[in-house]
Write a protein that binds this ligand. Sequence first.
Ligand SMILES: [Zn+2]
Length: 115
Amino acid sequence: MHELSIAMSIMEIVSAEAEAAGADKVSRIELEIGAWSGVEPDAITLAMEEAVRGSIASKAELIFLWTKAMAGCEDCCNEFQPEDVFKICPYCNSLNTHLLTGKELKIKSIEVVTN
Ligand SMILES: [Zn+2]
């Protein structure tokens, strides 16, 4: 399962960060995931719950921040929500567009508890 391996890599980073900070527990993990990152919301939620089990972050609150896809047009400089991979500009029908947000898949913040 694609999402489980992503969740495991996230947990590797979280554990390393927590250890580096001398933390006893991770209390909160905030993840930012783009609508076009290729990650299924339900699957990654389940995978993260699975990945934290028995770890330093087993009691951590998991926060998922979903960012929607936004594209920008090179020709008319408008920004819009693309409907598909072609990202056709709805203002001028240009194909000369680029994705601004939506592919994120990152740890936004980690909160730890130290004694
Ligand atoms: Zn345009």
